[in-house]
Design a protein around this ligand. Structure first.
Ligand SMILES: [Zn+2]
Length: 376
């Protein structure tokens, strides 16, 4: 029996409505409108572009095109749930599954890992990030001159640390970053490299940044997941009763917001200076340059129950020239005055501050707040 194309497209819509097919197989975005005829999955347009980079594995077609009966039949017999059961059968709990808002490199490597390298069908292919130890070279941005130089890195779950060495034969690392406070987040635009990774850690309760990349995208994503695996192992030991679902969101985090604002000092008479701000959960850090290794200062943002408030605008007594769109953050100790260049920036920053202020503080966050208060 052969169907008219119109009938086939009606059947295709029925297949699209089946459980699992209502979101993109690769990034979870709703209402996918492309399909891979070779893999039998429905994907969003952004992911369909990445499938085009593996034409030997995936051939994509828009659901708006004209379909014939055999193509619809193929999609009906596979679909997103069946493909997931095959291509994602052994994804480790710590492994980062990109979403629609992640950078292109991360989404492309997830697609290649699943369909091209079949990494989650053969557990031995996961050794680069699940062995508990990893060493190799990364390009690291120099603190003073901004030049990227090749540095040896060692990640050791047993030692609970990520280390890097300035000289290849050096015995002592240039920096030892404890896995306990380690975070990693891809920052391609800020670093100026599609594989740019920002690694942060705490030293004496202050944030330190390093910026690295690898010219091979798979290697960089393997480093990222190796860091997540080490964090997972650390947290499993630190919180023995916790479930995977509780621990996985704590492995790495993206910043809530970043961008330039102007700020003034504690007396509010020092004049406004332009600074790069990073909102990392409850830590608001500011830097002279977006790629600085150390923050010039950090502000703890608590919750409304603890007398933290964010207000639009600046006190009428505010002096000096500054950008037009002010924000006042009231903390138990003092007021912080910021100015944004545009109304949209002001709105986004206020929304970011509001999100953390509206969230009640967890017990361990009181300890962090106390650390901030005892800073000189
Ligand atoms: Zn997608």
């Amino acid at each position: 029996m052969s169907l008219e194309p119109e009938g086939s497209n009606r059947l295709l819509r029925d297949v699209l409505a089946r459980p699992g097919n209502e979101t993109c197989a690769d990034c979870g975005n709703p209402e996918p409108d492309w399909a891979s005829l070779t893999l039998g999955v429905f994907v969003c347009q952004a992911c369909s572009l990445l499938h085009r980079s593996i034409p030997h594995i995936s051939r994509v077609k828009s659901v708006q095109d004209t379909w014939d009966a055999s193509e619809v039949e193929l999609m009906a017999t596979t679909g997103n749930n069946a493909a997931k059961a095959k291509y994602e059968q052994t994804v480790p709990a710590f492994y980062y599954r990109p979403t629609h808002s992640d950078c292109k490199m991360l989404r492309e490597q997830w697609i290649r890992a699943k369909y091209e390298r079949n990494e989650f069908e053969f557990i031995e292919k996961q050794e680069p990030y699940s062995a508990g130890y990893r060493d190799g070279f990364l390009w690291k941005r120099g603190r003073d001159n901004g030049q990227f130089l090749s540095r040896k890195f060692i990640l050791s779950e047993r030692e609970g640390a990520l280390k890097y060495f300035n000289k290849q034969d050096a015995r002592d690392p240039k920096a030892l970053m404890k896995i306990e406070t380690l975070n990693a987040t891809f920052q391609p635009a800020k670093i100026g490299n599609p594989c740019g990774l920002q690694i942060t850690y705490l030293k004496d309760n202050s944030t330190r940044n390093i910026f690295v990349y690898h010219s091979d995208a798979k290697e960089m994503v393997d480093w990222f997941n190796a860091i997540r695996a080490a964090r997972f192992h650390y947290l499993q030991v630190a919180f023995p009763g916790a479930s995977d679902e509780e621990l996985v969101p704590k492995l790495t985090r993206n910043f809530m917001k970043e961008g330039f604002m102007e700020k003034t000092g504690p007396k509010h008479t020092e004049g406004f200076k332009k600074r790069w701000f990073t909102m990392d959960d409850r830590r608001l850090m500011y830097f002279k340059d977006p790629l600085d290794a150390y923050a010039r200062g950090e502000v703890f943002i608590g919750s409304k129950e603890n007398s933290y408030t964010v207000l639009s605008g600046l006190p009428s007594s505010t002096q000096g020239h500054h950008w037009n769109h002010g924000i006042t953050i009231v903390t138990p100790d003092r007021k912080f005055l910021f100015a944004c260049e545009t109304e949209a920036e002001q709105r986004d920053w206020i929304a970011a501050f509001q999100r953390v202020i509206n969230r009640p503080m967890r017990p361990q966050e009181y300890a962090v707040e106390a650390h901030f208060k005892h800073k000189p």
